[in-house]
Design a protein around this ligand. Structure first.
Ligand SMILES: [Zn+2]
Length: 140
């Protein structure tokens, strides 16, 4: 498999994994980006003086966290139970940085690469993160 094709596959595999895990998370209201569950908890406020932690119904290993962004927007994050939480968060952050690295190396400006990855993670279409566009970036 040619090198370009390998890198493009890596980007798409990585994006898929990031979408499944849900971090980094962006506040839809003010655009603040929380790159991990730790930062999310650190930088947001509890809602109603409670820790914001609650178990999802029917799923005993997932915990839903409801917190309030500085702008007042309520944000919900889902994470696995505490035992697996930290390594997972580190992995996600590393993966995000790794993908960013591939795109930047391929010639995409950092800011653009970051916003395109976040777009995909929010489930929005990205005009740049398509096989056709990446081929142009990586071979040009
Ligand atoms: Zn906000």
């Amino acid at each position: 498999m040619p090198e370009t094709e390998k890198r493009i596959n890596e980007v798409f595999e990585g994006l898929k994994a990031l979408v499944e895990h849900g971090f980094p998370k962006e506040c839809a209201n003010c655009g603040t980006i929380y790159d991990s569950i730790e930062r999310f908890v650190e930088l947001t406020q509890p809602v109603d003086n409670d820790s914001g932690l609650k178990r999802q119904e029917g799923a005993d290993t997932n915990i839903e966290i409801v917190r309030q962004c500085n702008c007042g927007q309520a944000l919900t994050a889902v994470c696995h139970d505490r035992r697996s939480n930290n390594p997972m968060a580190v992995k996600r952050r590393d993966l995000f940085e790794h993908l960013l690295g591939i795109l930047i190396e391929g010639g995409m400006p950092r800011k653009m690469a970051k916003s395109e990855i976040l777009k995909v993670m929010r489930g929005e279409p990205s005009e740049l993160l398509t096989r056709e566009q990446l081929h142009k970036f990586f071979s040009g």
